[in-house]
Write a protein that binds this ligand. Structure first.
Ligand code: NCD
Length: 320
């Protein structure tokens, strides 16, 4: 039976989801936290189902997290790390999708360096697809795990001031977080050098700052972003030293935020570029390890719901 609250076949992005759907995904994730902390970390919720991780881009935590999530639900999990460098991306993507689809997976977790590629693939298969990050577009499970972390630490999302700082231009994490946080009634600020602010971003309803001390003022959440050198064609920052001086999070800049402000980072961190080790490793204030932990619970909930929703789809030969 389809999930009555989240009846979708795919999770391609946060854009367009309702507060009820987001809360439901967070509530379902919450159920798996205790299981993951216990001694016996498995259920049989997805026994006999198949999850394929199809990663066209490097990943440590997201791929491992999807893998563990599938295994802890009792599914068969296959990992594919695809090398894209020497092949035409469009062809490879569709060919691979059609080939994998013929093996009847229940859910594909896909990461690709091109924005929109995961949607393209989802249109060609009749299993569920979850976007593990497409270019600088969306990374929905990251935004969900960030939201779960904030909700557990602060008890709510509504009304919080969340400052998202750094390489916003190239960040799918930032984009998915904007959609989620604004939908849930949080106030979102971005703080970045002018070269790393996407044009027209203020139309989404976020407040834009180029000065850390102003943007961090009384923030409840300080979310740092990695400087994504690999997505930069040309020079966006003068030097790492200068970047850290103006935009790197250290104790002095953090003192502008609320005294109990939570420090977050999706990882991997560039220590000394966007964040100082002193604040990253402050386990009172930093929720960075918790974000990774809760990521597994979020992906368990998403895999479970999508496989349920797609079981019906498969039975009816794709007619739903
Ligand atoms: C992020 C990603 O891949 O978009 N990392 C992650 O999923 N944990 C952010 C990043 O790479 O900087």
């Amino acid at each position: 039976m389809r999930d009555p609250v989240f009846p979708h076949r795919h999770l391609l992005g946060i854009e367009g989801l309702t507060p009820i759907e987001i809360n439901h995904l967070l509530d379902c994730s919450e159920r798996y936290i205790a299981l993951n902390r216990g001694e016996h970390k498995t259920t049989e919720a997805l026994k006999g189902r198949t999850v394929i991780n199809l990663f066209f881009e490097n990943s440590t935590r997201t791929r491992t997290s999807f893998e563990l999530a599938g295994l802890r639900l009792g599914a068969h999990v296959i990992n594919m790390q695809v090398e894209t460098s020497s092949v035409t991306k469009g062809e490879t993507l569709i060919d691979t999708a059609v080939t994998l689809n013929a093996m009847h997976p229940d859910v594909l977790a896909v990461r690709h360096s091109d924005s929109g590629a995961v949607k393209l693939l989802a249109d060609k298969v009749n299993c569920g697809v979850v976007n593990g990050g497409d270019g600088s577009h969306e990374h929905p499970t990251q935004a969900l795990l960030d939201a779960l972390t904030i909700r557990r630490r602060k008890g709510k999302l509504n009304g919080l001031v969340v400052a998202i700082c750094g390489d916003v231009l190239h960040s799918r994490v930032a984009r998915s977080n904007f959609y989620l946080l604004l939908t849930m009634g949080a106030r979102v600020r971005i703080i970045a050098p002018r070269t790393l602010i996407p044009s027209g971003i203020d139309r989404l309803g976020v407040e834009v700052f180029t000065d850390m001390s102003k943007g961090l003022k009384d923030a409840d959440i300080v979310m740092m972003l990695r400087v994504q050198h690999e997505r930069m064609k040309g020079s966006f920052i003068p030097s790492v030293r200068e970047y850290f001086r103006f935009f790197g999070l250290d104790r002095a800049k953090l003192s502008q935020a609320k005294p109990d402000a939570l420090i977050m980072h999706p990882g991997p961190m560039n220590r000394g570029t966007e964040i100082d080790s002193d604040v990253a490793d402050d386990f009172e204030r930093s929720a960075i390890r918790e974000q990774v932990e809760l990521g597994v619970a979020v992906r368990m909930a998403v895999l479970e719901i999508l496989s349920q929703n797609n079981a019906l789809h498969a039975q009816t030969g794709g007619a739903t």
